[in-house]
Ligand binder design. Structure first.
Ligand SMILES: Nc1ncnc2c1ncn2[C@@H]1O[C@H](COP(=O)(O)OP(=O)(O)OP(=O)(O)O)[C@@H](O)[C@H]1O
Length: 317
């Protein structure tokens, strides 16, 4: 999508020059605080909300000029339940497939229902199902027409562990079949667990797009802070190979290391300090998390040392 903008009738600009390329077959997590514009972005792509400016291609189809073709490549699992409560599970899913002009395929619908543990409930009316089962129906409905792109808007908000697990299993299976998955979430752990790439949106702007592993590497720093009994004027020469910094007043020595790849040589550091006769009064450790970086991004707009939006290469959709 290019230069996507959305200003609501109220004059509120919910999307500001959003440029984003989602790669075919990836799981992309769109992270953002409440009101960041996640749902607006999805709604524009799914043709529920008109963009004010900009273009979006879904599997090569322009979402405005070529709406029907674009929409039929997309499956949407919305935040809210939206379906006829008095229909049966089977009818709901079959009907949804028909809406997209797809020929009947009971074997496919059966597979979707079985994958979502809904097969036994197929004859029940939606209204009689539990909340978790209703969520499953929403997913089945979104998959009914075999979309190539699946949007999950806050998929696990308020769902139980079992559904969450089934959902992730299903998402992985879909990706193996080449389906592109875009999920929005407030939960960093969710992005951490599932996504290939992570995008952060804040106040309608994409502030970061990054490969998850790269992001985790940048984030997974741990620090050991030592309050020294006597201030030092510089980091001792023999400790230079370790990643140490000294506070301006010389009272605090900070050792930082990558918590994800190494445990850091804390024992070695303490031993060396002992040998050098450097004493400390207190010590603390702290870990930077995705949460921290996220908060940083959202409040300051730029993460420490992380590049700002990078349009990704790859197939655009
Ligand atoms: N129809 C509308 N008219 C005016 N403003 C709107 C409309 N819909 C959404 N907004 C505003 O646009 C902003 C983005 O909303 P959106 O629902 O896209 O955020 P979100 O990131 O999905 O948030 P949440 O995580 O809470 O669902 C919010 O400030 C919201 O109040």
């Amino acid at each position: 999508m290019q230069q996507l903008n959305k200003t609501y009738d109220s004059g509120f600009q919910a999307l500001k020059d959003v440029n984003l390329e989602i790669r075919r077959g990836e799981i992309f997590a769109l992270l953002g605080p409440n009101g960041a514009g996640k749902t607006t972005l999805i709604s524009v792509i799914c043709g529920i909300v008109n963009p004010t400016a900009g273009t979006v291609l879904a599997d090569g189809h322009d979402i405005v000029r070529d709406f029907r073709a674009a929409r039929s490549t997309i499956g949407l699992v919305p935040q809210e339940l939206s379906t006829d409560a008095f229909e049966t599970v089977w009818a709901t899913v079959t009907f949804s497939r028909g809406l997209f002009g797809k020929p009947k395929n009971p074997a496919y619908v059966e597979k979707v229902l079985r994958d979502l543990s809904l097969w036994d409930k197929r004859k029940e009316k939606i209204i009689a199902l539990s909340g978790g089962m209703k969520r499953r129906v929403m997913i089945a409905k979104a998959l009914a027409h075999e979309p190539r792109i699946l949007f999950l808007d806050e998929p696990t908000a308020g769902v139980d562990v079992e559904l969450r697990r089934d959902m992730w299993e299903m998402v992985r299976g879909l990706r193996e079949n080449g389906v592109t998955i875009i999920l929005t979430t407030h939960y960093i752990e969710e992005a951490e667990e599932m996504a290939d790439r992570v995008g952060v949106i804040n106040r309608g702007e994409i502030v970061l797009v990054e490969n998850k592993h790269t992001l985790m590497e940048k984030l997974g720093r741990k620090e050991l802070r030592l309050q020294l009994s006597e201030p030092l004027s510089a980091v001792p020469e023999s400790l230079a190979p370790m990643s140490l910094t000294l506070s301006a007043d010389g009272h605090e020595l900070v050792y930082s290391f990558d918590a994800r790849h190494e445990h850091g040589d804390i024992a070695g550091l303490l031993r060396r300090l002992g040998e050098l006769g450097i004493e400390f009064r207190d010590l603390r450790t702290r870990e930077s998390s995705l949460e921290e970086i996220f908060v940083d991004l959202v409040h300051n707009g730029t993460p420490g040392g992380t590049d700002t939006p990078q349009p990704a290469a790859g197939d655009s959709q």
